[in-house]
Design a binder for this molecule. Sequence first.
Ligand SMILES: O=C1O[C@H](COP(=O)(O)O)[C@@H](O)[C@H](O)[C@H]1O
Length: 244
Amino acid sequence: MAAPIVEVLENDTDVANRLCDIVIDHANKAIESDGFFAVGFSGGSLVKFLCAGLPTRKTDWAKWRIFFCDERHVSYDDPECTYAQYRKGLEGKVTLTEDSNIFPINPNVSVEKAAEEYVQKVRKVFPGNDLPSFHLLLLGMGPDGHTCSLFPGHQLLKETERMYAAISDSPKPPPCRITMTYPVINNCKCAIFASCGAGKADILQRVLEGNEADPLPAASVRPTKGDVMWLLDKAAAAKLKSCL
Ligand SMILES: O=C1O[C@H](COP(=O)(O)O)[C@@H](O)[C@H](O)[C@H]1O
C-alpha cells in the first residue's frame, strides 16, 4: 500500500486546474489501454472543480463511464441531486447520455433498492469482475472527515460485502443516500481527493498525520494496489506539519 501523495497548490483555481489535467490524463490512458474510462464522481466542491475545467480539455467522452461515489436519494430536479448538478455544469459542453456514459441512481425506488440497482449498473460495465476496479475515484472530504457518504462512527465503515450501500441516517442532509463502500473504494487504481479552504485544515491534519487508532473515514481510503493523492490549496494544508 503506497503512502498518500500530497500536492499543495496556491488556491482553489490551481487545485481545479491540476485536478482536471490529471483526470484527463488518466482518462485518455485508460481509453487507450482498456477502451473505456471508469470513473467515480463525488458531489460537493468537486462539482465546481470538474465542471470548470474538464470540458475545455480533449478526450473521447463517449468512452467515459461516469458513476457516482455517492449520491443523494432525491429526485433529479432537487438542487441536492449530484447528478443534476453535473448535468447543469456540463450541459452544452459535453454530451452526457444516461446509462451510456453517465450512470445516475434511480430515485423512484426505495433507497435500499436504489443501492442494489446501482450495483447492477456497475456490474454491467465490469462484466465478470467480482469486485470492479475503477480507473479513478474523485473524492471530497467534509469538515468532519467523511468521504463519499461514509461518516465517522457509522456502521457502514465496517461494510465488507456490498460495493454500494444505502444510508438513511446521514448526519449531513439529505439523510437518504447511496454510497460506495471500502471494498470497492480500496480496489480502485487511483483515488484523488481535492480539498480547499481553511475550514478543512484541522481535519486534514488528523487525516494525513493523525495515525489514529480509529481512523476518520477519509483516512481509510488506501487502495490496496493503487495510489491515493491529495490536491490541497495552501489554506487547507496550513496545519500539516510535513508542509511547514
Ligand atoms: O455530502 C457530501 O460531501 C462530501 C464533501 O463535500 P465538500 O463540499 O466538503 O467537498 C462530498 O465528497 C460528497 O460527495 C457529498 O455527498
